[in-house]
Design a protein around this ligand. Structure first.
Ligand SMILES: *Cc1c(COP(=O)(O)O)cnc(C)c1O
Length: 397
């Protein structure tokens, strides 16, 4: 959670700008706000950093997934290929829109693989919700080829991948649109917040209206604006935007520190011949928020996690047993337990969720440990950490 390590005078200054005008709302009130437009400024920073033609700040990464679905015209009854390893928000976004998630295999790159997608395709498949997991891109060339071959709509959840690129292009810009999260645990944070990025003007306009009750945001009289579509409220508030803006200006620095610190830790851990690292199709484009490594099997991975805890080593994520990141613990979803009937309750699930066969994903996530990289580690702290980690892993192996 690198961004949250770096709160300081910059965040305070931006927040005070907003409090001094009293305009906590991102639209209108032109005179009273005295030129203070934090959401708009944040969007400009995001465009600069990601290279996106359009960026729209909203209330959460989950809201961003909903906006991505809306912008791609995906909803009722549409079958969407999704990964079994993601933050559950990606699946919720598909289901809440009325979509029917179809789970496909990931591979050692922790994202849906082109092969996995290909095997899950049926005549009814409409789209792929690609999630760029743990700070780095999926295998884009191969995935784009499959989407093209089968005429599938590509949408992206880059919730935890701000700062990740593939061959120089920022993730979230390969399909119709991409969502990014600014929650407390991401590369940069707004406390709560999300971003919608795209190079497609129409997709941007749809997200802009969808996230604010259909408003077109043209003119000075909000109550008299047109509403071309039905929407909801996923607006970002100016206080969150202020924090996000200060954080966004630190994104480049955070990423470079992450890369340096991750490279050191990886170099040290490579002395252990029995562990392997996440293979990335474009290692240069890694945002380096996690060092992802594999133990020979699920059992030894669980023992290493336990050993880390016993040895006082903090920072290891073991997603295989996490209730929100891996399908094995998503019983509520497999049982279609919704507060209100969704399309999937009416139409039925497109797969037998209780008997899914995803052996590759099981094997990959079972062996995986994702170690959180901190951008504020000192050289001494990193050396001490690497020493302790190596001892702990060797105790198990
Ligand atoms: C964090 C995250 C989200 C959700 O973001 P929130 O801002 O917490 O709503 C969505 N997808 C992925 C992949 C995430 O990691």
């Amino acid at each position: 959670m690198p961004g949250s390590e770096l709160f300081g005078a910059e965040e305070i200054k931006e927040v005070m700008d907003v409090l001094n005008t009293g305009v906590l709302f991102r639209y209108n009130h032109d005179e009273q706000r005295k030129g203070i437009w934090k959401s708009k400024e944040l969007e400009e920073e995001v465009k600069k950093f990601t290279g996106a033609k359009y960026a729209h700040a909203i209330s959460s990464g989950t809201a961003a997934v909903s906006c991505v679905m809306a912008a791609a015209g995906l909803g009722h009854g549409d079958e969407v290929i999704v990964p079994p390893f993601t933050y559950i928000a990606s699946i919720e976004g598909v289901m809440m829109a009325g979509g029917l998630p179809v789970f496909a295999e990931i591979d050692e790159n922790l994202c849906l693989s082109a092969e996995g997608i290909r095997k899950a395709i049926t005549p009814k498949t409409k789209a792929v919700m690609l999630v760029h997991m743990c700070g780095a891109a999926a295998d884009m060339d191969a995935i784009l080829a499959v989407c093209k071959e089968y005429n599938l709509i590509l949408v992206e959840d880059a919730g935890q991948a701000l700062g990740a690129t593939y061959k120089g292009k920022h993730v979230g810009l390969f399909g119709v649109a991409g969502g990014i999260s600014f929650d407390f645990f991401k590369l940069t944070t707004a406390g709560e917040g999300g971003l919608f990025i795209t190079n497609d003007e129409q997709a941007y306009k749809t997200a802009d209206s969808f996230s604010d009750h259909g408003h077109t945001h043209i003119g000075a009289n909000r109550g008299m604006e047109d509403h071309p579509i039905i929407g909801l409220n996923f607006r970002m508030g100016e206080l969150n935007a202020a924090v996000g803006l200060a954080q966004m200006r630190k994104a480049e620095y955070i990423r470079s520190q992450n890369k340096k610190n991750k490279a050191y830790l990886k170099h040290r851990l490579s002395e252990i011949s029995d562990i392997t690292f996440r293979p990335m199709p474009d290692p240069e484009g890694d945002s380096a928020t996690f060092l992802n490594f594999f133990l020979p099997d699920t059992d030894s991975a669980q023992k290493v996690v336990k050993q880390f805890t016993e040895d006082g080593i903090a920072g290891a994520n073991y997603w295989f047993l996490n209730n929100y990141h891996f399908i094995n613990q998503w019983g509520h979803l497999k049982d279609l337990k919704s507060a209100v009937p969704l399309a999937i309750n009416v139409l039925g699930a497109p797969q037998d969720y209780h008997n899914l066969q995803l052996p590759k994903s099981q094997e990959v996530i079972g062996r995986l440990i994702s170690f959180g990289i901190r951008c504020t580690w000192t050289d001494e702290q990193m050396k001490a950490l690497a020493d302790k980690m190596i001892i702990a892993i060797k105790k198990v192996l």
